[in-house]
Design a protein around this ligand. Sequence first.
Ligand code: ARG
Ligand code: GLU
Length: 724
Amino acid sequence: MFESKRMAKVLFFILIFIGGLQFLPAVNAKEGMWIPATLKKHENQMKALGLEIPIEELYNENGGGLNNAVVLFGRGCTGEIISSKGLILTNHHCGYGSVQGLTSLKNDYFATGFFAKGLNEEIPCPGLTVTFIRKMENVTQKILPGISDTLKDAIRDSIIAGRIKGLERDYEYKTGMDATIKSYYEGNQYWVAITETYTDIRLTAFPPNGIGTFGGDDENWIWPRHTGDFSVFRVYAGANNKPATYAANNKPYDATKFFKINTSGYKEGDFTMVYGFPGTTMEYISSFELNQVYSIIDPISIAARTKKLNVWSNHMNAKRDVFLKYTSKRATVANGWKKWQGEVLGLKVNNAIEKKQAFEKGFQDWAIKNIREPYVKNILPQLQAGAAGVNDLIFQDQHIREEVFGIELIQQGVSLDKMVACFRGKFSESELRDTLQKLAKGLDWFYKNYDMETDKDVFASLMPLYMRACKQNLPLYYKEQYRKHLNSCRRWSKSVYNKSLLASSDRLLEFAKKATQADSNVLKEDPALRLYNEVAAIRKEKISPKVDAYKTIKHYLNRLYISAQMSYEEQKDFYPDANLTLRLAYGNVKGLDPDGPAGYSFQTTLGDVVALDDTTSTQFKVPSKLKELYKTKDYGRWGVNGTMPVAFIAANHTSGGNSGSPVLNNKGELIGTNFDRAYEGTMSDYLFDPNRCRNISVDIRYTLFILDKFGGAGWLMDEMSFTK
Ligand code: ARG
Ligand code: GLU
């Protein structure tokens, strides 16, 4: 009796203790992606966590901060400058699209990798740009004065747009650089970024897919991870080190600021920072909006993409040329597909909707008592009613986007419209044929990466999803065609691709060459155009007007909502949602162990990579040269006591766009390159849970080892600056 009473007492205290622990904030993990110019107010906390340099080294009002070494790479990634000669380090998957443009069956860089042996071997990448952020300034006081909070968005937006334009022009005149003003906190603040965009960017090094995409989609968004997800480019400049279009005699960009590389590694708990361009987060939305993502948008997209990816994979595995055409597209489609699965899981295990609802209850009680801003109590009810009014339309729209427009032929149908228009012009027959041919040639970019047989299969597997889910709201044409083909989408698909001029470039050109005025009907009746137009009409007439109206009001209400949240939780430090502007996140190296003591370590090594080697799989086939280096432990100066670190995780708040971001130690030195997040933490775009959210990085020593020992590009090390 006594024994068990004592046991109960011990158990009671243990439970209290564990329960208590859960309420203690995780000391080091820190939610937030901060505007560099506001970091000063975090200095004490950052120093307490381990930062050893003044904030001014990271970002300096007067220029000269490390922000000058972080670039927006392309349209949606980050890169870091790692040498005085403009060398940029980013992810393999960020360079992938550009490298695809340089790749052919003959020069298959995905298979062989590419390592320039000197500046003269670097390859220009047309279309690729790199943007430096020279300075950021809070210009709210120049944008918002005199505009009341509750002014309707249409009027408000037009006043603001005018002010933004004028102010951007002033800044551009004053600085001789580009200026972009963006809204933060849903339009409660405005910041200007003074930027310079370089357009002569050249490829320096790109590991083969056996390293750069190792683990493929299986390991994407997963920890533990074994990918050498990096690539190296170089910025070239014209006269005076300024941006210039490509010219053979442009010079490597002379960088006054670049990251020093620290090769002594890190241990669990060490302070880390990620400096980069997170794209989109929605941390402050209502439960009603989150629920649209959680129960409508994500599930529909996941199911549709599962089908599409299966079809694509089958065709890609069967033919190398289909692989080369689809590999970049596939990576993009698969990336969202997997992320959303992690997101749904994370939102579920975190009871995210319930948490929001509980917060909203407290907020609403407070709002009702708030007499100074009486409109605040109406925000949530209006958001709720707005969402309820469009959920069914959002459902239909998501099916259309993913399933109907997920079929490339239908999405491209819109191009035929332009051709139809030619028949209305007052062209002679030969002018008509000329114009049609030009338009057909204009689609070369599309056909370069298109395979009709693959797409035909996609039609047969996606269309049934749409037909079933939206059967109450189908366009008449769809119903007729479905019936006509005996309710078989496969039959239907066959006839569409047999008939449509769009199905191949040759067919379209042939038509354009021979067309006469009498042929306009052939185009108008083309199944690709009909399929596109009929569904576009439903969107235009029935879906978009209501959904757009909802978005307008939601935008207006969300602006008021976040501003009200800031008064409701006065003590809290609100960071603005990501908007593809420069941010710094800080946290610490940390293993991932959300569900028990077994957990994973915070680091993987080359031994783990080789252990996964599977020569029969495209995703897990380790290049033989890498295996050789492993066998002989030939790691040069990059190994650590006979092991080669590959990837590591830390608790920094990152998002899509942070790919390629420099991961820094407490002195602002480079220790890795960010490239992903762990599956169970991808919901951090909506809700950050320090127990589950981890960013994944390539260890800088692995990058250097691959460049040096695998790629034989040791000459690059001479430009870099190392510390220990
Ligand atoms: N998940 C990472 C990101 O969002 C990496 C994507 C590239 N890798 C891949 N297997 N598709 O960009
Ligand atoms: N891989 C992502 C990107 O391309 C970064 C990882 C993330 O979303 O956290 O931006």
